[in-house]
Design a protein around this ligand. Structure first.
Ligand SMILES: Cc1ncc(COP(=O)(O)O)c(C=O)c1O
Length: 481
């Protein structure tokens, strides 16, 4: 049976359901599988024509024992998770430029128009399934930089087993993202707008981590997390790399390149997982904005916390990309002791220097870059006004700008897939500013669900960061379950 351990090596192995229900490992680490399962060459070839839910079924079956979720139930959970997607294939592909080399992989066709829907709907459905079996209830607390919150709120709405508390840094996400959370009208969804978050989502992550480190409180309030701290999220995010590969390569076995706009490294960890399972990825481009903790780690071997800079691609304004610990865990040969000492050092000094050998392992098949806001807006403008006539959101533009900047240094014949992680309609102000289009938005920059949300009442709680911990505990104690 596949078991899950902590990156800090401080807990006995647990089963998949325990890892998912707990979110954080009790020793403050992140759950990872004891070893990463491999896809056999026969399986790899036989899955080429599967649709998205069926491919997800095959891949996730390698991580979830049948004794925990029987095959039929897993199939049903996956079908339910993807039936609300607008695109008939769940994910769309658009060629970019005329060289036939670059593709956009549109991951934003779910109900809240970001790639978070791809994994969140399934995670919430699994939680609901496990909680119903156990006759239990959970309060999900999560910090969001703009997209995780809406995805979790939407997926949780109306579920009797779950109360969902999305926390967001007020004024640092778009109005559209805020309204996706605050206009749901579901009694079990409680968005909290938090004022004065100098470090944005990282300030909120800190409070969430503090709540979770208090075992008594965690038990009393039945807390769990659905941030990409939760193993299930990153695991499901391995699927779109396989799916993208099958849709884009000329022949199975060819290598491929993915360019990924990266914040907390959850999406890119999904890619790393896919490659570790056998997907022939030549290079991952880790595309940061100027909050470049990942780029600095890959290029200089220093993993360090810097002050937050607010950018156009706000969902990747991340100071501490916590999934990088998972990656370092595997890069260090599953050395929990090493990760524990690094995590402690990082907490104390805001910085760790990677050993040359671990850095060399981590760098294999990765390249990285930091993209300025000026380059992001130029990319939005160029791609829209050029032959493609395609409107990118600022995060997808970071991926495209990164691919454009680095492609001449990468093997010429390989296809490059840029991950489009959000629908441009979530960022109308930025679109207007980049295209210099005054009040007019192109049709591609609109979405009916957001137009509706702009007209209805909002339900939210407001709180200052200073009081967040107290205010949350108070509100959660009050909320009916
Ligand atoms: C639109 C968008 N793009 C990219 C990312 C980055 O993903 P990750 O944090 O998994 O690196 C996020 C996550 O917050 C996002 O919302």
């Amino acid at each position: 049976m596949i078991k899950y351990v902590s990156t800090r090596g401080g807990i006995p192995p647990v089963t998949f359901d325990e890892a998912v229900l707990q979110g954080f490992a009790a020793d403050g680490g992140l759950f990872v599988p004891e070893s990463i399962p491999m896809v056999t060459p026969e399986q790899f070839i036989s899955w080429v024509d599967l649709d998205y839910p069926d491919l997800a079924f095959e891949l996730l079956s390698l991580f979830i024992d049948r004794s925990i979720i029987p095959a039929n139930d897993l199939k049903q959970l996956l079908d339910n998770s993807y039936k609300s997607f607008e695109h008939p294939d769940v994910i769309g592909f658009v060629p970019l430029g005329d060289e036939g080399r670059t593709y956009i992989m549109e991951l934003f066709h779910g109900p809240t128009l970001s790639f978070k829907d791809v994994a969140m709907g399934f995670l919430i459905n699994i939680l609901d399934y496990l909680l119903q079996q156990r006759k239990e209830h959970l309060s999900i607390v999560l910090a969001t930089t703009g997209d995780t919150g809406p995805a979790a709120a939407w997926a949780s709405a109306g579920k009797e087993t779950i109360d969902c508390w999305p926390l967001y840094p007020r004024g640092m996400i778009s109005e559209e993202q805020e309204r996706q959370m605050t206009t749901l009208n579901a009694a079990n969804v409680h968005p909290v707008g938090v004022e004065n978050c100098a470090d944005g989502g990282d300030d909120l992550d800190f409070v969430v981590a503090k709540l979770f480190s208090d075992e008594e409180l965690k038990k009393r309030l039945n807390l769990s997390s659905v941030n990409s701290i939760n193993w299930c999220r990153v695991m499901v995010q391995a699927v779109h790399y396989f799916y993208g590969y099958y849709r884009v390569v000329d022949k199975i076995g060819d290598e491929i390149i993915f360019s990924v706009p990266s914040g907390a490294f959850g999406n890119l960890f999904g890619g790393y997982l896919a490659r570790s399972m056998g997907l022939p990825v030549n290079t991952f481009i880790c595309a940061n904005n100027v909050n470049q903790a990942l780029h600095t780690a890959f290029s200089e071997g220093v993993f360090a916390k810097k002050d937050l800079v607010q950018t156009l691609s706000s969902a990747i304004d991340i100071v501490v990309p916590y999934n990088f610990w998972r990656f370092l865990y595997f890069s260090s040969g599953s050395d929990g002791e090493k990760i524990r000492s690094w995590m402690d050092e990082f907490k104390q000094n805001g910085k760790v220097e990677l050993d040359p050998q671990i850095l060399a392992t981590a760098q294999k098949g990765f390249t990285s870059i930091s993209i300025s806001d000026a380059r992001t807006s130029e990319t939005i403008r160029e791609v829209f006004h050029g032959n493609d006539g395609y409107l990118l959101d600022p995060h997808s533009a970071v991926a495209v700008a990164a691919a454009n900047a680095l492609k001449d240094r990468l093997p010429e014949k390989l296809k490059i897939v840029c991950l489009a992680t959000a629908h441009p309609a979530k960022f109308p102000e930025i679109t207007r500013a980049c295209l210099d289009s005054g009040a007019d938005l192109p049709e591609q920059g609109k979405h009916a669900s957001l137009e509706r949300a702009s007209k209805v009442c909002q339900h939210l709680r407001l709180c200052d960061l200073e009081n967040l911990e107290f205010a949350l505990i108070d509100a959660m104690t009050e909320a009916p379950d």
